[in-house]
Design a protein around this ligand. Structure first.
Ligand code: FEO
Length: 406
C-alpha cells in the first residue's frame, strides 16, 4: 500500500490490483488501483477505508507508524459506497479497532448493517450534512445514487477542495510513475482512454442518466482535485474528466459515438468466410472499425467497443434454431448494460433452419434497446457470390447511415 500526500493532513492510500476479474466478471488487462484516503483534523476520518489491505493487523500498524498516527484514533469511516471493493476490509478492521462511527447515506446504512451488523453508530448524511473534524477540516457530502450502487455519494473536503469521488470519474489501469494526471503528457493520457472507456462501459455505463445528474451537481462545487476510488487523481484535467464522463454517458443512447464494431462468431467457417469480405469492405471505406470474435473475446472488451461505436454488425450462424449461443449471451449483456440506439446489421449462415432473428428480436425488444437494423441477411450453408454481394450491399448501407449520423 503506497502513501501519497495530497494536501496538508490528507493522504491517499493506493494499491495496485492485477490478475483478477473485477466484480468476478470483467477482465482488466492493465489492472486497477484501489484508492482510499485519510483526512486528519483533530479527529481522523478514513474515506473509503483500507481497500486492498491484506487483512494482517501489522500491515496497518506499520502504515499508521509511517503516517505518525495512532490507528486507535480513527473516529470515522466515511463510506461513499458499500460495494465490497471499498468496504470488504471492515470485517477484519473491526477485530483490531471497533471504536469508530460510520458516515454514509441512508441506503448505505442498510447495506452496512447487512454486511457488517449493527454494532456501530451510523450517521446518515445527505446533501446538507457536514462533518467538522477540527483543525480546519470539514467534510461535506454529495449524494449520487446509482453511481454506481444506490447508496453512492461523494465526499468533499472544503479546505483543500478535494472531491473524493469513489467510483465516479474512475478508470482501470495501474500507474507506476505517479498518481496525478498532471505528471503525464496529453499523449500518455490519451493512451489511458481505453481504460477509462472500459471502466465506464463495464461498471458505470448502465447508470448513465445518474452520472449526468452527478456531473451537474459537481458543477456547483469548487473542485481543486478529484480523487476517485480507482485510477488517477485529476488535478490539471478536472474539467476534462468531467467532460469525458459526460460524453461516455451520452454514448449510452448512441450519441457522440462513431465508427463500427463488428462482432462475429462461426462454427465451421461459413460465416467467417463472409466476415473476411466484410472486414475488407470496412477497411476500404476508411471508417473507424473494431472487430471481435465470440466467444474468444471477453464481454468487457466487446462492451467497451460497442459503447463507443455508432454502428454494430452482428455476424453469426444459426445454432439449433437460435442465435449462436455466445453471441446471444454477449448481445443480451450489451442490452442489459443499456447500449441503446445503435445502427445495426445482422448476417450469417444456417444449415437446416433459420431462427436466429427471432431470438435476436426477443432480446432486443425485452431490453428495449432501440437499435435501428438494416434488413438482415441469411444464407444456407456456404455463401455463394450473390450472397456475399448481398451482405456487402447491406454493409454499404450501414456505413452510409453511420457516416451520416456521426
Ligand atoms: Fe469501486 Fe462500485 O465499486
Amino acid at each position: 500500500m503506497k502513501i501519497i500526500n495530497l494536501a496538508k493532513g490528507i493522504d491517499q492510500l493506493t494499491v495496485d490490483i492485477e490478475n483478477i476479474l473485477f466484480e468476478g466478471l470483467w477482465e482488466m488487462p492493465k489492472g486497477v488501483t484501489l484508492n482510499s484516503y485519510i483526512v486528519r483534523g483533530e479527529d481522523i476520518a478514513i474515506v473509503d477505508g483500507f481497500c486492498g489491505w491484506d487483512g494482517i493487523p501489522e500491515t496497518l500498524f506499520k502504515l499508521f507508524d509511517q503516517l505518525s498516527l495512532d490507528l486507535n484514533k480513527v473516529k470515522y469511516l466515511v463510506l461513499n459506497h458499500l460495494e465490497p471493493d471499498h468496504s470488504g476490509w471492515i470485517t477484519e478492521f473491526k477485530k483490531i479497532h471497533s471504536n469508530f462511527e460510520v458516515i454514509c447515506t441512508d441506503k448505505g446504512a442498510e447495506l452496512y448493517k447487512a454486511f457488517f451488523g449493527e454494532d456501530e453508530v451510523i450517521h446518515v448524511v445527505n446533501d446538507t450534512s457536514s462533518l467538522d473534524l477540527g483543525d480546519g477540516k470539514v467534510l461535506k457530502f454529495v449524494t449520487t445514487p446509482h453511481v454506481h450502487w444506490p447508496d453512492a455519494m461523494l465526499t468533499y473536503e472544503a479546505s483543500s477542495g478535494i472531491l473524493f469521488s469513489c467510483d465516479a470519474f474512475g478508470m482501470f489501469g495501474t500507474f507506476e510513475r505517479s498518481t496525478f494526471d498532471d505528471d503525464y503528457t496529453d499523449k500518455e493520457i490519451q493512451s489511458f482512454q481505453r481504460e477509462i472507456n472500459r471502466y465506464y462501459a463495464n461498471i458505470i455505463g448502465a447508470f448513465s442518466p445518474f452520472v449526468l445528474k452527478a456531473i451537474e451537481k459537481c458543477k456547483n462545487i469548487e473542485i481543486n482535485m478529484i480523487a476517485p476510488g480507482h485510477g488517477l487523481i485529476w488535478r490539471r484535467r478536472k474539467d476534462w474528466i468531467l467532460e469525458t464522463y459526460q460524453r461516455l454517458a451520452h454514448n449510452q443512447r448512441g450519441e457522440e459515438t462513431s465508427g463500427i464494431t463488428l462482432l462475429w462468431g462461426s462454427m465451421y467457417g461459413m460465416t467467417e468466410a463472409v466476415v473476411v469480405e466484410v472486414e475488407n469492405k470496412l477497411k476500404a471505406s476508411g471508417i473507424d472499425y473494431h472487430i471481435h470474435r465470440v466467444p474468444e473475446t471477453s464481454w468487457g472488451e466487446l462492451l467497451t467497443s460497442v459503447w463507443t461505436s455508432k454502428g454494430v454488425i452482428l455476424a453469426m450462424p444459426t445454432y439449433e434454431y437460435k442465435m449462436f449461443p455466445p453471441m446471444a449471451a454477449a448481445f443480451e449483456e450489451i442490452g442489459k448494460k443499456k447500449a441503446q440506439g445503435r445502427i445495426a446489421f445482422r448476417f450469417g449462415s444456417y444449415g437446416w433452419s433459420g431462427g436466429a432473428q427471432k431470438e435476436l428480436d426477443e432480446i432486443h425488444d425485452k431490453l428495449r434497446m432501440g437499435w435501428h437494423f438494416v434488413a438482415p441477411y441469411e444464407f444456407k450453408g456456404r455463401a455463394r457470390q450473390e450472397d456475399i454481394e448481398h451482405v456487402l450491399t447491406q454493409v454499404d448501407i450501414l456505413i452510409r447511415k453511420v457516416k451520416e449520423s456521426e
